[in-house]
Structure formats: C-alpha cells, structure tokens
Design a protein around this ligand. Structure first.
Ligand code: NAD
Length: 367
C-alpha cells in the first residue's frame, strides 16, 4: 500500500485530505445532525478485500482533529487485522464525538444508523468503547450494516471465548518458535487483566498445566479467578519483576514501554490487549533486541473480528473457532518471515497484511 509523506506545513494547509493521503484512506463521512446533537466521523481505509468493518467508539474528544486522527488510526488498523486474519473484509471505524453519559440516546443512535446505511454496505459497524449490544440493536433499527449483535437477535454474541482461544493458540505457536515445541505445560505465564478474554485464557492455560500468575485492578475478579483456577495473584508493583516465561497483556494498551521493558524477564509477549507497544516502531525494535519474541497484538487478538465476520454469513461458532485456530499458523509464519527478512515481528505482520491486499487487488484488476 502506498503511503505518502507530507511535511508539517502541507498538513497544516491540508489537515483532512492531507491526513487521508498519508495513511492512504479511501473515504471519510462526516456526520452532523443538529436535532439530536450527533457529530460523528466514519472512516473507510481500504475496501480491496471486502466491505470495511470496525466498531463505533463514543468518546468525549478534546477537539475534532483528535477525533479525526483517532478514527484514521483505528480504521487503518482494522485493514491490517482483517487482512492478516484472512478475512474478506476491509478496514473501517467510526467515532461519535461527545460524552456518552450526557448525549447518547435512541434518536442520536438511530440518526447515526441512517448515516451508516447511507454508505450502502461499504462500512459495517459493531460495538467498541462506550457502546453496548443494546446500542447496536438500536442502530440496527435504521440499517442492516451492523454486526456483533446479541445471540437472541441472531448475532454472534460475546466474542471473548473466540478471542481467548486465538490468544492461546498464538501463544503456543510462539512457544514453538522459542522452545522448539508448543507445549505450555510448566511454563510460567503472567496474565494482566482477568476480564472477558483474560479469564478464558487462564482457563486454557491452567488446563494445559501452565503456572499462571494473575493481576487485575479489580480485587473481586482476582479473588474469584484465584479460587477457580488456583492461579497466583500478584500485585502491580511486583508483576514486572517476576521470573516468568510469557507475559500476556489482556487489560489495556501501551504496557510494552521503556519502563516495563527495563524489567521484563520473559521470552514471549503474547496477549489480547490492543496497541500493546507504546511506540510501535521504537518498542517493536527494542523488544526483539532484548531477546523477547513479540507476537503482534492484532494478529493474536483477531478472534474478535473473526467471530463477527461469521455473523455476516449466518453465524456458526464452530466455523469461527476453526478459523481462529489458524492464528497458530499465521503467528508461526510471521515469525519465519521476520527471521528471513531480519525485521521486527510487528513489521512482518504489517507486511503479510499488505501483501495479501496487493495480491487480491491484482486479481480484481484482471477481472
Ligand atoms: P474486559 O473489560 O472484560 O476486561 C479487562 C480487565 O482488565 C478487567 O477485569 C479490568 O478490571 C482489568 N483492568 C483494567 N485496567 C487494568 C490495569 N491497569 N491493570 C490491570 N487490570 C486492569 O475486556 P476484555 O473484553 O477482556 O478485553 C481485554 C483486552 O483485549 C482489551 O484491551 C480489548 O480491547 C482487547 N480485545 C478484546 C477482544 C474481545 O473479544 N473481547 C477482542 C480484541 C481485543
């Protein structure tokens, strides 16, 4: 994918289409409705592989540029995630600007649904930060281009078991790369964040005989998980000093940073959280130089988008799980590419994503 570079003065003069051309975005829809107070941006990054799919995030951005930058970054990320996961989907994302507690209501969401509908299927929305499955039901009143609906509406329901399974198989592929065999039995694994994904991951790990350490800001979740899985609870101040084999970030982003890399003694980082590298280029390089194998987050956590993809085809959890199992091979193959090319693993993942899009674009051009 061609990515242009613009200098700062170009960007000041061309803050919108200039930014779009930097990341090679196809289209942006700016949505405004004075009656409901809706202000939203829908960004479509790339539709070579199929309709763009990505969640709608509601956030009280400080200004419009912050919202635009966020939606451009997130939609581009979706292109890579779906491409590497082998899905026939492009990348898109939407942001609704404003405090959900103050302005989110039925009329605003339905108006947003009408904007989604106006794109005729080029963008399919789903749940993201500050949106619920009930919100998706409301948006669905105005458009069919919604996925990630509850099971009682014929949707795919909670994606977390599929995501967690993808993380688990990705971890096994990472183990194979580092230790020559993919068994996690006896391996010491720190899982940070025992939420929807983290808990199911702990279940898989415990069943395979790993020694699991857990950390969460919720005392209640920790207590429950510790009792259920016999996992060892660790406090925040001790967590990165532990002598472990694998670190699985399953809470929040940017936990692979200067501070944690100065302490981490693990051989593998593989978890569900999005945007784990605080600075992709810098920490993506440093992590490898420290002898830690980083399994790129969007490859590892693709189970969520895989789950939603199968909803579009008439949901079948078995098919979604079978597809999620392929994350093992994808992870292993990208490690081989990184070694062959002498590049960091995050870069190898990006390259896999770009190569698939370029190959399918050539087929489309022929037909
Ligand atoms: P969740 O909200 O159910 O769980 C997150 C857990 O992390 C909670 O238990 C919370 O208490 C804990 N947490 C929050 N801040 C923390 C901190 N500073 N330190 C330790 N623990 C903290 O979320 P989830 O659905 O399990 O998703 C986990 C991560 O995976 C998120 O980053 C999410 O974006 C990403 N992800 C999830 C899916 C999915 O299918 N759910 C798919 C792709 C990516």
């Amino acid at each position: 994918m061609e990515v242009k570079t613009l200098n700062n003065s170009d960007l000041i003069k061309n803050p919108v289409i200039g930014q779009m051309s930097l990341s090679n975005h196809e289209q942006i829809l700016f949505c405004n409705d004075n009656a409901t107070g809706l202000k939203a941006i829908i960004a479509i990054h790339n539709t070579v592989l199929g309709p763009s799919l990505g969640g709608t995030r509601m956030w009280n951005y400080n200004n419009e540029m912050e919202a635009l930058t966020d939606v451009l970054r997130l939609s581009r990320g979706m292109t890579y995630k779906s491409s590497v996961a082998g899905l026939n989907l492009g990348g898109g994302k939407a942001v609704i600007i404003g405090d959900p507690k103050k302005i989110k209501n039925e009329a605003l969401l339905r108006r947003f649904g009408k904007f989604v509908d106006s794109l005729g299927g080029k963008y399919i929305t789903a749940e993201d930060v500050a949106m619920t499955s009930r919100d998706m039901e409301i948006i669905k009143m105005e458009t069919d281009y919604v996925s990630g609906l509850p099971e009682n509406m014929g949707g795919s329901g909670n994606p977390s078991p599929v995501t967690a399974y993808g993380v688990y198989v990705s971890m096994k592929a990472s183990a194979k790369e580092v230790w020559g065999n993919d068994s996690l039995s006896g391996k010491k694994v720190l899982v940070q964040g025992i939420g929807h994904v983290g808990e199911v991951l702990v279940d898989h790990l415990t069943k395979e005989g790993a020694k699991v350490y857990i950390h969460d800001i919720s005392e209640e979740r920790l207590k429950l998980a510790a009792a259920k899985y016999k996992a060892e609870v660790v406090t925040e101040d001790k967590m990165f000093d532990l002598d472990i084999d694998i670190y699985a970030p399953c809470a929040l982003g940017a936990t692979v940073n200067d501070e944690t890399l100065g302490k981490l003694k693990c051989k593998i980082i593989c978890g569900a959280a999005n945007n784990q590298l605080a600075d992709e280029k810098h920490h993506g390089e440093v992590v490898g130089k420290q002898g830690i194998l980083y399994a790129p987050d969007y490859v590892v956590n693709a189970g969520g988008i895989i789950n939603v993809y199968y909803e579009l085809e008439g949901y079948n959890r078995e098919r979604a799980m079978t597809h999620a199992e392929k994350i093992y091979d994808t992870t292993f193959n990208l490690f081989q590419l990184a070694k062959k090319e002498g590049i960091p693993t995050y870069m190898a993942a990006n390259r896999l994503g770009e190569e698939r899009i370029a190959a399918i674009a050539r087929i489309n051009a022929v037909l």
